[in-house]
Design a protein around this ligand. Structure first.
Ligand code: NAD
Ligand code: UD1
Length: 330
């Protein structure tokens, strides 16, 4: 297939491009580089032996996106492009609603106009709100605690309504749990601008000595050791999930959790990181972070049953590959 990958130079998008190429799909990347670097294109070439088509455009710009639909024959779209910093979304809600919703509307509008019937969307486990894990796709969604989360819930609704009104437009809403790690080459990985908000990139920077110490947000949750529990998933497993999602897309609206189904605490992750990589990660326990839930992990059964996809990589793989990327790129 010829697949338009928006945000294809970002963290999850770039790893998915590797897997799509390995599965003989033709990739057309669009990205405005707001949270990625053009060098990733060279790295993709190095890893795959092929240089994907790339257009530096903003996916909220309908005229520019339409040019892509006119110049390339597109069979499907995987829409990663979006703003994703939860804290920033609270201080800049309009930027988040505009970027994340207009991009989804522009792309789905053009898919209808140019008869592109396959659409895969990056959603998040955040749409479940605070409900008991394991989280299942059929659970009712809860109001999220921030504008970022709302953009995911609203995008899911927009795509569902558009699909229900247009028989030939099938969508897959992929709810990611906590993507971490990097490609095993260490050439591409998670490279956030500024001080990271998420746990794994923070840990790698502390281990490297770029940040002084990790603050563990609370140790009084009802969990195995009192620290927050999440479903960390290796980004290459996630990438493989996207290939399956677009190849096996059924008609209508399809919703899948992409997680491992296993909860890991903050301290379990930090200890595995130190043990596997033989490095120190100094940490201290601080107050809980507002908006955090105690436990969040997937029921990953539906994706396995319907797509034949299952996360294969271990926590050791995740911490080893995340560290390899940090070491290679600093
Ligand atoms: P990322 O920031 O690394 O990648 C997003 C890419 O989109 C970046 O390269 C950025 O430059 C580009 N982009 C943003 N707005 C754009 C626009 N208007 N036009 C063109 N390009 C634009 O983020 P990621 O971690 O790879 O996440 C990809 C998607 O998955 C996002 O939609 C994110 O919300 C979603 N998601 C991520 C996580 C996570 O933990 N990383 C979890 C759940 C969902
Ligand atoms: C966060 C977002 C979520 C988003 C996801 C992926 C919030 C409230 N939620 O999820 O919407 O989809 O990222 O981008 O921000 N932790 C520490 N110290 C740190 C950082 C994190 O102890 O410096 C802990 C957190 O309290 C949590 C776990 O590590 O228990 C994971 O945190 P994080 O990586 O930020 O992901 P989520 O909170 O699950």
């Amino acid at each position: 297939m010829n697949i338009l990958v928006t945000g294809g130079l970002g963290f999850i998008g770039s790893h998915t491009v590797v897997e799509l190429t390995a599965n003989n799909h033709e990739v057309i990347i669009v990205d405005n580089l707001s949270n990625s670097k053009i060098e990733v294109l060279d790295k993709l070439h190095q890893i795959t032996g092929r240089r994907p088509a790339f257009h530096q455009i903003d996916v909220t710009d309908e005229t520019q996106v339409e040019d892509i639909f006119l110049t390339h024959k597109i069979d499907g779209v995987i829409h990663f492009a979006g703003l994703k910093a939860v804290g920033e979304s609270v201080s800049k809600p309009l930027e988040y609603y505009y970027n994340n919703l207009v991009s989804t509307m522009v792309l789905s509008k053009l898919c209808l106009k140019y008869d592109v019937g396959k659409f895969v969307f990056s959603s998040s486990a955040t749409v479940y709100g605070d409900q008991p894990s394991p989280l299942k796709e059929e659970m009712a969604l809860q109001k999220t605690t921030n504008p970022y989360g709302e953009t995911k819930a609203i995008s899911e609704r927009i795509l569902t309504d558009v699909s229900q009104a247009n028989e030939g437009f099938s969508v897959s809403l992929l709810r990611y749990f906590n993507p971490v790690g990097a490609h095993e080459s260490g050439l591409i990985g998670e490279d956030p601008h500024g001080i990271p908000n998420n746990l794994m990139p923070f840990v790698t920077k502390v281990a490297k000595g770029k940040l002084e110490g990790l603050s563990v947000f609370g140790n009084d949750y009802e969990t195995v050791d009192g620290t927050g529990v999440r479903d960390y998933i290796h980004v290459m497993d996630l990438a493989e999930g996207h290939v399956k999602a677009i190849e096996k897309l059924s008609s209508g609206v399809n919703i899948y959790n992409l997680g491992t189904g296993r909860g890991i605490s903050v301290l379990e992750l930090v200890k595995a990181f130190m043990q596997v990589n033989h490095v120190e990660v100094p940490y201290e326990i601080v107050e809980r972070r507002p908006g955090d839930v105690a436990i969040c992990f997937a029921d990953a059964g539906k994706a396995e049953e319907e797509l034949g996809w299952k996360a294969k990589r271990s926590l050791e793989d995740m911490v080893r590959d995340a560290w390899k990327f940090e070491v290679n790129n600093s």
